[in-house]
Design a protein. Structure first.
Ligand code: 8YV
Length: 325
């Protein structure tokens, strides 16, 4: 008998077909977000689940899922999963690191450039028919080249962002739980380790790429925003809860900082409506990893993780052309 698994969200059909070789798959190709109760009822008879950041895998859910042996997140972040409870219950938890580093770093730059140079704001203005003549002061933004970049969270994605800054002649400051080795600092455009406050005071552009946890909740709130330069930009690629959205809305409205580029929000997708009224913010719907090859690689990685967790002795690998036929 094949183990039973739940694919909690829609995914590339090839992934479902690949998984069906090994598992009895309950899929969700209509892509509904399950309520906690619905998720619990679907997990009743499942041995494994492939989840995304949208599914909360709580201690209660784990306790109510007697057969569950593996929760495989299709994401590098896993703050949606109670890992302590899972470990106690003997449930393996996996994520999809590395495969998304470069794509997410690219998007960090897209948001930084769009935010500093007011790309989306000026496009909206143009589309609304306001462009009648050239003006010396139209959409003046901040320079990116030659500026000081502050990166909070210098993991693999943070380092990939820093490496790209070499081409913009930037100085890089970073703050992290621990300091990188001198070799890694050198590869990350000679990034300099500083305290969070010093970084916020000195950086022209701040990018957040740290994991979300109780400790990193509201890493950026009113006090931190007050330390930033009035012309600074803030980019959040990490998780919504890392920034206090109400404090950020106030800072943007009062021009305490120049602008923000946000791919993640507290309570997403129901982002705070006040963001929509601000012109100095670039808003994207949690798409930093959304290039076609990377989303395929993430799905492939989660599927392989599930296979390794539930059928460790099975002949593998997946047919190599499964996801890129
Ligand atoms: C995912 C992400 O697209 O990997 C992560 O942690 O935030 C994104 O790449 C999203 O979380 C879906 O699970």
């Amino acid at each position: 008998m094949k183990p039973k698994i739940l694919m909690a969200r829609a995914v590339f059909p090839e992934v479902i077909a690949g998984l069906q070789q090994y598992f009895e798959v309950e899929s969700n190709q209509e892509d509904r977000i399950f309520s906690a109760a619905e998720l619990a009822s679907r997990l009743q008879d499942k041995d494994g689940v492939i989840a995304t950041a949208s599914e909360r895998i709580s201690a209660e859910l784990l306790a109510a899922s007697p057969r569950l042996k593996a929760v495989c997140n299709q994401a590098v972040g896993y703050n949606n999963i109670d890992v302590v409870a899972a470990t106690k219950a003997g449930v393996m938890v996996t994520n999809t690191p590395d495969v998304l580093n470069e794509t997410t770093a690219d998007f960090g730059w897209a948001l930084l450039m769009a935010t500093a140079r007011r790309v989306t704001e000026s496009e909206h203005w143009l589309r609304a028919g306001h462009w009648k003549q050239w003006r010396y002061d139209s959409f003046l933004g901040a320079d990116v080249h030659g500026a000081t970049l502050g990166i909070i969270g210098m993991g693999r994605i943070g380092q990939a962002i820093a490496r790209r800054s070499l081409g913009f002649d930037m100085q890089v400051l970073y703050h992290n739980r621990s300091r990188l080795s001198p070799e890694l600092e050198a590869r990350a455009n000679q990034a300099r380790y500083v305290g969070k406050e010093e970084l916020l005071r000195q950086a022209d552009h701040v990018i957040l790429v740290l994991p979300y946890s109780k400790e990193s909740h509201h890493t950026i709130g009113a006090a931190e925003l007050a330390l930033m330069k009035p012309g600074a930009t803030l980019v959040n690629l990490a998780r919504g809860g890392i920034v206090d959205d109400l404090a950020l809305i106030a800072a943007l409205r009062d021009h305490k900082i120049a602008a923000a580029g946000l791919d993640v929000f507290e309570n997403e997708p129901a982002l705070h409506p006040d963001f929509l009224d601000l012109s100095n913010v670039v808003l994207t719907p949690h798409i930093a990893s959304a290039s076609e090859p990377t989303r395929r690689a993430m799905a492939d990685c989660a599927a392989r993780n599930l296979l390794a967790a539930l059928l460790p002795d099975k002949d593998r690998p997946f047919p190599p052309n499964l996801l890129n036929p």
